[in-house]
Structures are given as C-alpha cells and as structure tokens.
Design a protein around this ligand. Structure first.
Ligand code: 13P
Ligand code: SF4
Length: 330
C-alpha cells in the first residue's frame, strides 16, 4: 500500500485583497499628489525598479535610508525597500506612520536568523560583543550590541575594543570580508543572501572573456571566491560612487542586484554597466523581495495608509539602542 502523503500545513497568512486600479490612472501624478496631501516622504532603496527610485524623495543604501528616516520631519514614511529597512525606520519613528507597498517583501538574511534560535545560539558565546548587520529582524537587533551596514561594518567592528571577542550575524560572507579588512577574528552566523550567493567565478570569468577591459565591482555579500576576483568591493552606494568616480574605466561588471545600474547610468551617462549573471541561468540578478514593491502598490499604500509596519514598543526600545550606536559612528 502506498504511504499516505504528508499533510501540507496550512499557513495562517492573511489574504490581502488589493483594490483594482484604473489602468488609465497617471500613477506618478497620483503618488505625487498623495505624498503632499499626506505630508509623506518616500524613501527607496537602490534595488527598487527605476520608476520607483525616480519618484522617491530619497534613494539610498541601508545606511543612507536609516539616516534619512532618523532625520525626517514628515508625518508618514512610505518605505520602498524590504521589511527590515522599513522596520528600522519605524523603530526610529515610533510616533509616525510607516507604510510599505508590500509588507511581504522580506529578506533571506533576516528570515533565516530567527530571534529565538539566535538567542539560544548566542548562549555559547558569553562575553562576546554582538554585531548584527542591519538585515535582521527587530528581535535580533534587540539582542545585539551594535548594528552595522555594509558601508560601515569595518568602522563598527573597529570601534570594539581589541580584547573583546565578537559575534557577527547574519551574513557569513560580509563577516569574513570584515575579518579580512580588520584582522579581527569573529564568530560568524552561517547566513547568506539568496541573490548574492548565485554569482559564480565560472560565469563571471566567461563574461570577462567577452569584456576583457571591464572592471569587476562586487557587494561584500558575494562569496569569497567572487570577492577575490573583484577590482572593487563596496556597499550599493559605494559601488555607484565608484562607477561615477573611476574615470579611468568605462566598462564595469556589477556583482549585486541589478537595480543599482539605474543610478550608475543616470549619474554617468554613457558608462557601460553589465550585470554579473547569476548561476540560475538568468542574465541578471534580481532580489525577488524588493521586486514586490511596485508603483501600483506604492500608490495604494499612500492612498489607504496600509499596509502599515508595526513594532511592539518594548522590543523597539531595545532595538533602538544598537541602531543609535551605529548612527553615532556614521
Ligand atoms: P546596502 O546597504 O549596500 O544597500 O545593502 C543592502 C542589501 O540588502 C544588500 O543586499
Ligand atoms: Fe536581502 Fe539579499 Fe534581497 Fe539584499 S538582495 S534584501 S540581502 S535577499
């Protein structure tokens, strides 16, 4: 007799029914009108679609976006990025309304480091300073001493006394790269980004044969073998600035999410930027979570002030401290 099939668990997820939008609506004009009516600021990450980046009041990397969120006097923040970014904005603005086009926009790094498992794991490392990447949930931030982004991870780690052992979570590739830059040993949580882990030396070397003059620039979330090939390594903002400033070269292979190429082309017209191909067979790397945010959903978020990002006050108070320590370090 065949074995009975394993029952598929039914997840208690809310079903979000979004209202239909008149396809003739001028979305950009409506978003602009609502932004003013709501006294809202639109913040967008460099991985968003070009049209979402172009309508934002500020477009930036994780550090720039948290600095903007900390400084804004807008009444509403419409955050076009992934959940941990909007959550950070909320933690810094508990009295304000923070909405996202799509609250299902998670992050593989944050999702694979659950706070309860992280808390258990940390028990093995008493006395260690806990440095967490901003790509974490509020629960993990609340267990951390200081937060960092890829822009300031080296600076943050260097701010910790040399005799204090360090735990770094959740991206093992960023962690290993920071260890190399600082000469500090760290215990690494074994997390990774599903987008950046898809770049391989094999496909990049093939592309380099086609564009022998191209410089390879990479985000530190890439695997060590890819980083070893790179001519420059940096956060999304640093990669964009590098393309703008490196006038000795005009062709770049970009090993990160393809959204950054929008700003590279805008800020340096004529530059040739080629997305490093992921090993999935696609021609360019896209973050499936970031892509959940669309102009349609941004319009609805501003119109309905939903879906809202909420954080329990006690957890927010604990998570705010390590974020503020990072902001003070710059
Ligand atoms: P940045 O802080 O460099 O923008 O990186 C965010 C991120 O999620 C990279 O995948
Ligand atoms: Fe998270 Fe990777 Fe997407 Fe960045 S690219 S938001 S690390 S899943």
């Amino acid at each position: 007799m065949p074995a009975s099939p394993t029952p598929v668990p039914v997840l208690p997820l809310p079903i979000v029914e979004r209202e239909a939008i008149d396809p003739g609506l001028d979305l950009a004009a409506e978003i602009d009108r609502l932004r003013r009516a709501r006294r809202a600021v639109i913040l967008a990450h460099f991985y968003q679609d070009g049209e979402v980046q172009d309508i934002a009041d500020f477009v930036g990397d994780s550090l720039g976006l948290s600095q903007q969120a900390a400084a804004t006097d807008a009444e509403v923040i419409a955050f076009c990025g992934v959940h941990f970014m909007a959550e950070t904005a909320k933690i810094l603005n508990m009295g304000k309304t923070v909405v996202m086009p799509d609250t299902d926009a998670g992050c593989s790094l944050a999702d694979r480091c659950p706070p309860d498992v992280f808390a258990e794991w940390l028990k093995q490392y008493p006395g260690h300073a806990v440095v967490s990447y901003i790509n974490t949930s509020v629960g993990v931030k609340a267990l951390s001493d200081v937060i960092c982004t890829s822009t300031n991870a080296v600076r943050v780690v260097e701010s910790i006394p040399r005799d204090r052992p360090i735990v770094f979570a959740p991206d093992r590739h960023l962690g290993r790269w920071v260890m190399k830059q600082t000469g500090r040993e760290m215990v690494l949580w074994p997390g990774f980004c599903v987008v950046h882990e898809q770049f391989t030396v094999r496909r990049i070397l093939k592309l380099k044969e086609e564009y022998p003059e191209a410089r390879l620039i990479a985000h530190p979330e890439c695997e060590q073998s890819v980083l070893d090939l790179a001519d420059y390594i940096g956060s999304t903002n640093q990669l964009i600035q590098h393309v703008v400033n490196d006038r000795a070269h005009d062709t770049f292979i970009v090993a990160t999410e393809m959204g950054v190429m929008h700003q590279m082309r805008k800020l340096r017209p004529g530059v040739q930027v080629i997305g490093a191909p992921p090993d999935s067979g696609c021609e360019c790397a896209t973050c499936p979570y970031m892509r959940l945010n669309t102009m349609e959903k941004l319009y609805l978020a501003l119109k309905n002030l939903q879906p809202e990002v909420t954080v329990p006050a006690d957890l927010a108070a604990r998570a705010r401290l390590p974020i503020e320590r990072m902001l003070a370090l710059g």
